[in-house]
Design a protein around this ligand. Structure first.
Ligand SMILES: [Zn+2]
Length: 128
C-alpha cells in the first residue's frame, strides 16, 4: 500500500495530460509509504514509450528531499496510450529501483502501483 494525497494525484494527472503523447515522469517524495509531494520532471527521452530524468534534475530532486528530511518513496510515469501496467522495460528498471512505481494510464485515467520484490507485484494506492 502506498498513500498518495488526492491533490498530488491531481497534479500527476495534469502533468501526464500536458506531456501526452510523451510519457510524463516525476519522483514522489515523503516518508515510508506516504507520499508528501511530487517533484515533476521533464521526460528527457521525449518519447511515448520510455522515460528518463536528466541526472542534473535528479540531483536537484535528491537535494530538495534531503533538505526537507524526505526520501524518495516512489517513481511516477505515465502511459499515454496503454494500460497502467509495467512494460518489460519498466520491469527491468524496477528491479534496480526498489520503491513503488506509480503508473497513470492516459487511456482510462487509472492509477496503479507496482513494486519489484522477488517478482513484480501490484501495490494498492490509498488516496488520502
Ligand atoms: Zn512504463
Amino acid at each position: 500500500m502506498i498513500e498518495i494525497p488526492g491533490a498530488v494525484l491531481g497534479e500527476l494527472e495534469a502533468h501526464a495530460r500536458r506531456s501526452s503523447p510523451h510519457e510524463a515522469c516525476a519522483v514522489l517524495l515523503g516518508r515510508g509509504r506516504r507520499v508528501a509531494r511530487a517533484e515533476l520532471a521533464e521526460n528527457a527521452d521525449a518519447s511515448g514509450a520510455s522515460f528518463s530524468i536528466r541526472p542534473e534534475r535528479l540531483l536537484e530532486i535528491y537535494g530538495a528531499a534531503e533538505g526537507r528530511g524526505e526520501e524518495v518513496v516512489g517513481i511516477f510515469h505515465s502511459h499515454p496510450a496503454s494500460a497502467a501496467r509495467p512494460s518489460a522495460t519498466d520491469e527491468r528498471y524496477m528491479a534496480a529501483n526498489a520503491v513503488p512505481w506509480v503508473i497513470y494510464s492516459g487511456v482510462d485515467g487509472a492509477f496503479a502501483a507496482y513494486e519489484a520484490a522477488g517478482g513484480v507485484r501490484e501495490v494498492g494506492i490509498r488516496r488520502t
